[in-house]
Design a binder for this molecule. Structure first.
Ligand code: MGD
Ligand code: MGD
Ligand code: SF4
Ligand code: MO
Length: 672
């Protein structure tokens, strides 16, 4: 038996340090590292079972060549040399005929290691192919709103500071699912007397144990934030000295926007009781160190940027941004100023065609001059997780599209591939990590040898680069050498670390106890944003109804799509135990809506709208308000009655950051 310290590479803000126990070449146990202050000795309920992920009987063990129709999942094993010969031969002839931009290749976020993700993207950058504008299925709207308000290159409040808070607001964040280690800090803060407020259309587990729960209507967060500001102004609870020194534009918002957001107007929009809004504002106004955890959920909506921006402005009104333990946490990644380009952009043209991730289906079907002839996908399953999945799958089914998928499992996307390549999981690789929800970075060590004939993303990138004739040094360097490159020219707090010693160091933090830094053009928190105005967007925060709500007459229910507790998108769908814990893919209706449709708990139901129909198991529960259908997670079709939730969602853009609008979806529910 041997124990090895590594880092959890799953797409999760906590980025835990893990202790893996290995016996005879097999991982037999995974525990949280007690020496990482946030991990604090425990891993989440998913990763506790990662020995079942890495040793899953459902993993693919050899390269595969498709022998049946696209999507059918019929493949035959081939060896790596044949697979690579086929790929390189096809890519070279496509480049010769139509140029490199007729290829689109990328790795996405299911391996958070900077090298495993970065180097495959570096390969395609160096080849000059079309480039994926990534993140639009996830956080690009939230990020654009944060950047316009707080500034680019800035992280939010340190999660470790939450223990110092006197008030915690979990605003659209399902802490037990996506941020369980922050939950542990919040429990500590509550022992010290802090109050917890949860603002979420779903009565999450955190909401059940909160001091106050506000069941807000989907997409109305900007109205609530402005309603709270209205009361703070009315009651003289603003910190005028902080506003004058660190913010711009509040006076305009105070006179031109806030007068409308009376408690009764705010209540009408948000569906909350006036008394509850008053109570929340009173608590927020009285707190010195109010800590808001902002989740991404509220941004996945037509006006998601406005929602997030208004919430991110609130700590400026009371000066909470200036105090340790106060402020707002959306993400932290922007604070790590490393030389990412060493890995992601070793060479290649400065500009090439970009394809928005959420429009991948459309681009594969419609892009011209040149059309996309070859697709390479690693660490992403767009046939389930992209919006408008029917279009996505029609695109993947295109007979003349040469598709390669690199994945540890035969994902729904892989079923459409011409060649499938077996990928290692993170436990079979080493890498360097920086978190997006904490201020830690850490080197993660390889725990066991690659299983079967699986290759890491790095090995694949370096081998394909060699075969394609690329000579950039990063494609032949060892990983410790690449790490040094990433620290050459590093800035900010990261620059103080020596990459030669990091692999032996365990977790290290770049956190600071100073107040929130603003890196907007004005250097202040921007209540009025000229940057947004220049893009034709409202310069000031406001609330407007969603134009998609016009479908309301025919499809009266709005979709609430949330993370699965025991599934993270589809990344754990190869673990039978976790599939069982999550349960069959389901839809949740309020008892009133179920009764109105004559539906009962446990029956199969059809969810439909103008884009399609899917089949799920119904749960009737009052954890949501009437008028909402909750569908947790994005689950592969094979587990459902039929289809997958993103078949109902449009591939349209949010107001900021060209992000996905999953929640601007109206539908109806009937018996299957
Ligand atoms: N277990 C698990 N962990 C995960 C993931 C997962 O799928 N499962 N996903 C990972 C990834 S890729 C990401 S990006 C992160 C973040 O993943 P996100 O999907 O952004 O999850 P949260 O930040 O928890 O935000 C979701 C919460 O917001 C609420 N919500 C939805 N709409 C609104 C709204 O309009 N207003 C308000 N106030 N609340 C709303 C939902 O009910 C839910 O409780 O988590 C990561 N961690
Ligand atoms: N309706 C709806 N849809 C959503 C969301 C939502 O809230 N609602 N959330 C969106 C968000 S936040 C995100 S980030 C996306 C996530 O969407 P995806 O990126 O598609 O996430 P996963 O389903 O986890 O797919 C990751 C794939 O990578 C594979 N993989 C895991 N590790 C490795 C590795 O080391 N190497 C390689 N090559 N492959 C690996 C996994 O087996 C899996 O097939 O989904 C988005 N889709
Ligand atoms: S909480 Fe997140 S980072 Fe920690 S073990 Fe679970 S998935 Fe990994
Ligand atoms: Mo995400």
């Amino acid at each position: 038996m041997q124990t090895i310290r590594t880092v959890c590479a799953h797409d999760c803000p906590d980025m835990c340090s893990l202790i893996a126990t290995v016996d005879n070449g097999r991982v037999v146990r995974i525990q949280g590292d007690p020496d990482h202050p946030l991990t604090a000795g425990f891993a989440c309920g998913k990763v506790n079972r990662d020995m079942e992920l890495v040793h899953s009987p459902e993993r693919i063990t050899t390269p595969l060549r498709r022998v049946g129709p696209k999507g059918s999942g019929q493949f035959e094993p081939i060896n790596w040399d044949d697979a690579l010969d086929t790929i390189v031969g096809r890519w070279q002839s496509i480049i010769a005929a139509d140029g490199p931009t007729s290829i689109l290749g990328y790795a996405y976020s299911a391996h958070q290691g900077l090298m495993n993700r970065g180097l495959l993207n570096g390969l395609f950058h160096a080849l000059g192919t079309s480039r994926l504008l990534g993140g639009t299925v996830c956080d690009s709207c939230a990020e654009a709103a944060w950047d316009a308000t707080v500034g680019p290159g800035t992280g939010g409040a340190d999660p470790c500071s939450a223990t110092e808070a006197d008030l915690i607001v979990s605003w659209g964040s399902d802490l037990h699912a996506t941020n369980v280690h922050l939950w542990a800090k919040i429990e500590q803060a509550r022992k010290n007397g802090a109050k917890l407020i949860v603002i979420d259309p779903r009565r999450t587990r955190a909401a059940q144990s909160a001091d106050t729960y506000l069941p807000i209507r989907i997409g109305t967060d900007s109205a609530l934030a402005l309603g709270v500001m209205h009361i703070l102004v009315r009651d003289g609870k603003t910190d005028e000295a902080y506003l004058a020194a660190h913010t711009i534009g509040f006076d305009r918002v105070r006179t031109e926007v806030l007068p409308r957001f009376t408690p009764s107007y705010t209540a009408g929009i948000t569906g909350l009781a006036e008394a509850d809004i008053e109570r929340f504002a009173a608590l927020y106004g009285a707190a010195k160190r109010s800590f808001i955890r902002i989740g991404f959920g509220m941004s996945r909506y037509t006006h998601g940027g406005q929602n997030l921006r208004a919430v991110a402005l609130l700590p400026g009104v009371t000066g909470a941004y200036g105090r340790y333990g106060g402020g707002a946490l959306l993400a932290t990644a922007a604070a790590f100023d490393l030389n990412y380009n060493a890995v992601r952009k070793p060479s290649g043209p400065t500009a090439a065609r970009t394809i928005n991730h959420l429009k991948l289906g459309e681009a594969l079907l419609e892009a011209k001059d040149p059309p996309i002839k070859a697709l390479f996908v690693a660490a992403n399953n767009p046939a389930v997780t992209n919006p408008d999945t029917a279009k996505m799958r029609a695109a993947l089914a295109r007979a003349d599209l040469f598709t390669v998928v690199h994945d540890p499992f035969l994902s729904m996307t892989a079923r459409y591939a011409d060649i499938v390549l077996p990928a290692t999981t993170y436990l079979e690789t080493e890498d360097f990590y920086r978190s997006y929800g904490t201020y830690y970075m850490q080197y993660g060590h390889q725990v066991i040898a690659p299983q079967g004939q699986a290759w890491s993303n790095i090995r694949l990138a370096q081998t394909l680069a060699g075969r394609m004739g690329l000579t950039d040094p990063v494609f032949s360097m060892g990983q410790r050498e690449i790490l040094k490159q990433m620290f050459q020219g590093a800035g900010g707090a990261a620059a103080a670390f020596d990459p030669a010693t990091l692999p032996d160091q365990g977790p290290v933090s770049i956190a600071s106890k100073d107040g929130q830094v603003f890196r907007t053009p004005s250097g202040k928190l921007e209540f009025v944003s000229e940057t947004l105005a220049a893009q034709g967007l409202p310069a000031m925060p406001d609330w407007e109804p969603d134009p998609e709500a016009m479908h309301h007459a025919r499809y009266p229910l709005q979709l609430l799509t949330t993370p699965g507790y025991f599934q993270s998108h589809t990344a754990f769908s190869g673990v039978a135990f976790l599939r069982g814990r999550e349960g069959a893919p389901c839809a949740v209706l309020h008892p009133q809506d179920a009764a109105a449709r004559g539906l009962r708990d446990g029956q199969a139901v059809r969810l439909s709208n103008q884009r399609g129909t899917i089949g799920l198991t119904l749960h009737v529960r009052d954890e949501i308000q009437p008028g909402v259908v909750l569908v947790p997670g994005q689950r592969p079709d094979a587990e459902a009655v039929a289809g997958t939730v993103n078949m109902l969602c449009a591939d349209s853009f949010t107001d900021m950051g060209e992000g996905a609008t999953y929640q601007s979806t109206w539908l109806d529910v009937a018996a299957w």
